[in-house]
Ligand binder design. Structure first.
Ligand code: CUA
Length: 167
């Protein structure tokens, strides 16, 4: 069989494109530690306090080490429980120094919620019965809005908090 010169060029171009595509997909999927959201960690949504991370005293921001933090969050309609301030009021704002590694661990007590920190790569679906977790480094100082991006009922738009990344 005789192939015309242009046919060979286009054939090679096609095969080349396919290889580039597969490499981009294969590398891109895991680049910078990105991974498909796993739902391997389960929890009883009726009794989340059985899990140490979601006991009232452990909710919200915890410093683990220098520039190393954990944020445990119990989502429910229509609130993100980030623990309480010393005066008993609900925490609505977290302050984290820039460059910190932050592990977010979130679960839901009722329905499916979202957990999205606008302007960062934190964006999870939070399902009752599972713990959604994601570790990231917050580099850019500023105020970030935490919001629910899964419609969860009449108060969906009320779910929110602020994460401040300080200098
Ligand atoms: Cu919670 Cu929408």
């Amino acid at each position: 069989m005789h192939l015309h010169k242009y046919e060979k060029i286009w054939l090679l171009f096609g095969i080349g494109s396919l290889i580039v595509f597969l490499v981009v997909i294969g590398v891109g999927a895991f680049y910078k530690g990105t991974h498909p959201q796993s739902h391997m960690m389960t929890i009883d949504p009726e009794n989340i306090e059985a899990n140490e991370a979601f006991q009232p005293d452990n909710l919200g921001l915890t410093k683990v080490d220098d520039k190393q933090y954990i944020v445990n969050v119990a989502a429910s309609a229509f609130n993100y429980d980030l623990g309480k301030n010393d005066d008993g009021s609900l925490v609505k704002k977290l302050s984290i120094p820039k460059g910190s590694t932050v592990l977010f661990q979130v679960t839901s007590k009722d329905v499916v919620h979202g957990f999205s920190l606008a302007g960062t790569n934190v964006n999870m679906m939070v399902e009752p019965g599972y713990i959604s977790s994601y570790e990231t480094i917050l580099e850019e100082p500023g105020e970030y809005t935490l919001l629910c991006n899964e419609y969860c009922g009449t108060g969906h738009h009320l779910m929110g908090a602020i994460v401040e990344v300080t200098e």
